[in-house]
Write a protein that binds this ligand. Structure first.
Ligand SMILES: Cc1ncc(COP(=O)(O)O)c(C=O)c1O
Length: 446
């Protein structure tokens, strides 16, 4: 498929897209958040064609999932070969090689020393549920600490940890008891008003000096669950010392440290897992999204000694589906040989390009990220940092109309989470279109 990127031929949505959206509106759950009317027909690499023949540059990757790009030939081949052999045999009751081989691969790449065992589900939320259950089971304690702004999924256990947008929790209570939330290290908006230059992760004192004093003793806490880079919360990069101090806080109390790498993991940050930047070794890692290039797979990987629950304690019929495992094995091979390095290289290039835009666009308050996980936070005023939510939505839409797919994150950030095959030239196109979209929205404000 040879395509010029982007290439917008119709008003958006085009006629075929509009017809499909009308059908969707009649029959599909209205709970999904569709920011703009994209109806995909096919994709290749970082390029997406819609049903009306419009061609877009994809910096959303199905919410950071298509790590190897759309329809990578090696992934498609692995999927096709496995699909021709068998589609399902339930790894909870029987054995098959792709699941075992994937567990072996994960033991090699998950940043936990010594033995690692993996539990297989189908999604990020199931990976987090498994971490919650295993933390409780392994420690015999029931409480979990998570962070404000964090997103961990939408099933009842993980939803109880999620503290991203109130609408995600509203109307679903009561949620799981025993969950406490602490402030996250959002250094652009320090929750305790300090400056990043002199920061010693004092925001974590809240856990030690408040939570442990007033609400729950540390020996009752099973785990602290943290995103090394908050994803849905706004692509907020926690400084290394935050994760290091968090680790130190957990150790003396036997509290498990769970890294939720559902969004930040699998090479996106330029390292296999974002927590590696801090040198901190977690006890468990939740993995999903990018692991299988788009096929459903969620994994909870843990220190082998911790994953000592008996047969029947936890399982999932579809978890570790052989086709998903085959896709994951091909994905890991590509990440290791090429794409993780590409994410680091093109990500640094793109970050620099986006930072330069801040010189001419007053809407830009902050540009941050690691690898190809980049957030641009928009504000109405750089001094007050008033959140520019409507402007952010307008910029995302203006980018779409110009042929660039990006998504919002948090209340007022734009996230760039492209496939990790993105080239420098494509990154430059993305920055140029984003520049134009910002100009359009800023022009409309004036
Ligand atoms: C950090 C994190 N954890 C968990 C989840 C939940 O994943 P899923 O939507 O696959 O259940 C997400 C999804 O965005 C996520 O970003």
């Amino acid at each position: 498929m040879l395509m010029t990127v982007p290439d917008i031929k119709t008003a958006l949505p085009g006629p075929k897209a509009k017809a499909l959206i009308d059908r969707d509106n009649a029959f599909v759950s209205p709970s999904y958040t569709r920011g703009y009317p994209l109806v995909i027909e096919r994709g290749t690499g970082a390029t997406v064609e819609d049903v009306d023949g419009n061609v877009f540059l994809d910096c959303a990757a199905g919410i950071a999932v298509n790590s190897t790009g759309h329809a990578h030939p090696e992934v498609v081949q692995a999927v096709t070969e496995q699909a021709g052999k068998f589609l399902h045999m339930s790894g909870t009751d029987f054995y098959y090689e792709p699941q075992v081989r994937l567990a072996e691969e994960l033991a090699a790449i998950v940043p936990i020393n010594g033995g690692v065992r993996s539990f297989f589900g189908n999604s990020g939320t199931e990976a987090v549920e498994a971490c919650i259950k295993l933390s409780r089971y392994a420690t015999g304690r029931e409480n979990i600490i998570a962070f404000l702004g964090g997103f961990h999924g939408r099933t009842m256990g993980s939803l109880s940890l999620t503290a991203s947008k109130a609408i995600q929790r509203r109307g679903f209570g009561p949620l799981m008891p025993g969950v406490y939330h602490a402030p996250y290290a959002d250094c652009y908006r320090c929750p305790i008003g300090l400056r990043p230059e002199t920061c010693a992760a004092e925001c974590l004192d809240f856990i030690d000096h408040q939570l442990f004093v007033h609400l729950v003793t540390p020996d009752e806490v099973a785990a602290i669950v943290v995103e090394p880079i908050q994803g849905e919360g706004g692509y907020i990069v926690a400084p290394d010392q935050f994760l290091q101090k968090l680790h130190e806080l957990t150790k003396p109390h036997g509290i498990l440290l769970v890294a939720d790498e559902v969004q930040s993991g699998m090479g996106r940050s330029g390292r296999m897992f974002a927590i590696e930047f801090s040198g901190v070794e977690p006890d468990m890692v939740a993995i999903a999204k990018g692991i299988a290039s788009g096929l459903p797979l969620g994994v909870a990987s843990a220190r082998a000694g911790l994953m000592a629950w008996p047969p029947g304690a936890h399982a999932s019929t579809f978890g570790g589906n052989p086709v998903s495992c085959a896709a994951a094995l091909a994905t890991i091979r590509l990440l290791r040989t090429q794409l993780m390095a590409n994410a680091a290289d093109v990500g640094a290039h793109m970050l620099a390009g986006l930072k330069q835009l801040a010189d001419k666009h007053p809407l830009i308050g902050d540009v941050r990220g690691r690898g190809l996980m980049i957030g641009v936070e928009l504000v109405r005023d750089r001094e007050t940092k008033e959140r520019a939510t409507e402007e952010r939505n307008a910029v995302v839409n203006a980018a779409f109309r110009r042929g660039l797919l990006v998504l919002g994150a948090g209340k007022n950030a734009v996230r760039f989470s492209p496939p990790l095959v993105l080239t420098r030239d494509e990154a430059d196109i993305a920055v140029r279109i984003f520049d134009e979209a910002l100009s359009e929205v800023e022009g409309a404000i004036r």
